[in-house]
Design a protein around this ligand. Structure first.
Ligand code: 5GP
Ligand code: ZN
Length: 138
């Protein structure tokens, strides 16, 4: 399950060198070339999935566990005190490489704000109507 034109397929499978922090049969974890903070890593499955919607259940289950493992190692080794697991799906969500990946972003005390949003307002009727819309599509 590879896409010959996909750069993350090539990196995940070792055809293009990368700063690798972890590798097993299913995944390679590399450092991001444009890090949001020191240690910013990307979990790449070796198989090609466009985004989270394509992932099989087994791979999906392993990704979060691996995210926790990498984040824990970052806290021990880099001195960060937290980390974000971030995963973008679709251009409007900020996805730029269309091979599923999970960002593991170390967070340091006093570091810049990241991964935030301005809370909006919604009344209970609107929330109920929106919940029905989503439920109807499940
Ligand atoms: P997205 O915006 O799709 O969630 O994240 C793509 C990420 O991949 C970006 O943070 C970007 O810096 C990183 N990236 C893009 N191309 C390469 C590459 O060739 N090597 C590495 N290590 N990171 C890359
Ligand atoms: Zn790919």
């Amino acid at each position: 399950m590879r896409d010959e034109s996909c750069i993350f397929c090539k990196i995940a499978n070792g055809e293009i060198p990368s700063a690798t922090v972890y590798e097993d049969e299913d995944f390679r974890v590399i450092l991001d070339l444009g890090p949001a903070s020191k240690g910013h890593a990307l979990i790449l499955p070796k198989n090609h999935f466009k985004d989270v919607c394509g992932l099989d259940q087994e791979t999906a289950g392993k990704v979060l566990t691996l995210g926790a493992k990498i984040g824990t190692a970052m806290k021990k080794s880099l001195g960060c005190t937290g980390f974000n697991l971030v995963q973008n799906n679709g251009e409007s969500a900020g996805q730029t490489v269309f091979h599923f990946h999970m960002h593991v972003i170390p967070r340091y005390e006093g570091g810049p704000a990241m991964v935030g949003w301005t809370p909006g307002k919604a009344d209970p009727d609107e929330l109920a109507a929106t919940a029905e819309q989503i439920k109807g599509a499940l």
